[in-house]
Design a protein around this ligand. Sequence first.
Ligand code: B12
Length: 151
Amino acid sequence: MVLHTMSRTVVLGVIGSDAHVVGITILEQAFSAAGFDVVNLGVQTSQAEFAEAAVAHDAEAVLVSSLYGHAEQDCQGFHEVLDEADVDAVTYIGGNLDVGQSDFEQTRRTFQKLGFDRVFDSETDPEDAIAALRQDLEITPTESERATISS
Ligand code: B12
């Protein structure tokens, strides 16, 4: 039986010149298994590429990954680029965001100031990010279960 539900599209990528691919591969699998349509832009994704993909796929969430320690520079002006492209999506960032900083709360504030709705550290279980997104998009577990069945 195929049940029709609204598809929930998530755009995912590693920003800047960063080439660490393992984390987003895991995230792609986890979000797909949870019933989301995932557009994985892969590594070394520019701000413009995130914005273009979010528009093209009418994404409800943009998930940015960064591991190599340049996230803050790479994300300068990112939300302005999204705004200019009329992207209305929840934005998350995660990975290894700080360079030698021990206080993650400070890192969280830095990225919230840059416009991200949620900031995750490298210990994040993908299931926690999925739970957060379901909450932010007001998705009930039943809805995403149905989305899985219909896909
Ligand atoms: C493998 C590896 C590499 C490989 C990458 C191979 C590949 N194609 O992926 C190679 C050797 C190429 C590499 C290169 C470099 N690396 Co490297 N690398 C690693 C290493 C050992 C493991 C990364 C990994 O795959 N982890 C496994 C995955 C499953 O975990 P993850 O990536 O953290 O992702 C999870 C979470 O972070 C989270 N997450 C990630 N993104 C997001 C996004 C969202 C929205 C959410 C919710 C969650 C989330 O969920 C993921 C899944 O569970 C780490 C050290 C470490 N132990 O983490 C260093 C590390 C990331 N690398 C580092 C560095 C410095 C580099 C280089 C700059 C080194 C150099 N001087 O050349 C280059 C950068 C090259 C480039 N352009 O990107 C540093 C970064 C330091 C920092 N951030 O301050 C680290 C931390 C090592 C260290 N301790 O110094 N690296």
